[in-house]
Design a protein around this ligand. Sequence first.
Ligand SMILES: Cc1cc2nc3c(=O)[nH]c(=O)nc-3n(C[C@H](O)[C@H](O)[C@H](O)COP(=O)(O)OP(=O)(O)OC[C@H]3O[C@@H](n4cnc5c(N)ncnc54)[C@H](O)[C@@H]3O)c2cc1C
Length: 377
Amino acid sequence: MKRYDVLAVGGGIAGPVGAKLAARDDLKSLLIEKKEVPRHKTCSGIQFPYLEELVGSKIPKSKLCSNELYKVEMVTPDDEVLNGKMDMLNFWRKTFDHWLCEEAEKAGAEFRDGVELKDLQKKKGHYIAKLKENGKEKKIKTKYIIGADGGHSTIRKKFRPEEFSGESRGAVINLYFDGDPGSLDPNTLYMIHKKEFSDWMFSWVYKKDDDWIIGTGSKENPMETCKNFYDYIKDKYELEGEIVDKKGFASGSSSTEKVFLGHGNVLMTGDAAGLVDLYRGLGMDAAALSARLSVKSIKKAEISGKPAINHYEKLMDRIIKQKRKHDRIQKKRFSSDEVLKKSLSKSNLMKDGLKLLFYSKVVNRLLSTDKKILLPP
Ligand SMILES: Cc1cc2nc3c(=O)[nH]c(=O)nc-3n(C[C@H](O)[C@H](O)[C@H](O)COP(=O)(O)OP(=O)(O)OC[C@H]3O[C@@H](n4cnc5c(N)ncnc54)[C@H](O)[C@@H]3O)c2cc1C
């Protein structure tokens, strides 16, 4: 049976970042992804520039979309429109994640796609991971596991099966529009805050290369809600054309909201750890940062002889506190259109904008990569 120091499960953001950093630290690392890569991933693929530092590699221009995003347009429940400027990275997850897996490989990690983790068992200070590849089962031995298998995590289900029996959070739908985009601007991210289109967070419109993407998430009738949102956008920005593709994503169970950092030498990262933050509307930065901290914890465990989770819980403490604070704000914000309107008042948005600027341009510049504050703060 093959032996590794670290098994990183999932070729999204957290898995490749974890495998790469572990390999750079001379830990024998295996990264597995259940799908053949490059694979599609439902995600807007928009981030603050600090993601480059968090993933630990310079992003080649060829991995980004041809149209840059540097403007934001917010629409409030009252149809008030607020515009601002913000530097953003814009990429397709299919391209980006594939490149991240290649970066892990370049750093010395072994990468295998089309390999799914089916089960794991603890045995005398090691884990035996049961993998499925080309219909055949294989076993490997590993000392540490980085659980980076996303919102429908097999590893999390193993530890917390009860979380997966509850009702679903609904679905996210992206519609791909082709035609005349009217007054939509290719360099703007549109964030529409209206409860009728989503009762969790804003709905969105943006451009990626030649595609316009119009999407929202909803618990009840997601497809119908997204079509209503499309009609609203079509009228507001005078689009003329048609929807040429649709892509959906079932939003897992309540596990995506609850934090679970793992057990023993199994460390959960990114969406599998429940780091989804609807207030920020982002998760890739949290996935990359948690992967960094998981590797740091493994190194500490190698020295201390204690389970890696003891170190990881301490290192993740501030991130979890921020996420919980944001969850409370977001729940309150979306409790009614009135509260939503108030929280999106011009003065509140100005305050939030200034805070974001201060944290991104001043605070984060003074902090080391592992200590960066997730934005917006
Ligand atoms: C509609 C939508 C839009 C979003 N937009 C943004 C955005 O613009 N910016 C942003 O920062 N975040 C965004 N997010 C959130 C972001 O997509 C996630 O937070 C991020 O992908 C988490 O990364 P991860 O590495 O934890 O998991 P994932 O990226 O989900 O990767 C998990 C990987 O594990 C693989 N896997 C699963 N099970 C197994 C198994 N048993 N064995 C092997 N492999 C397995 C999966 O195939 C997958 O490739 C968005 C999310 C959604 C749903």
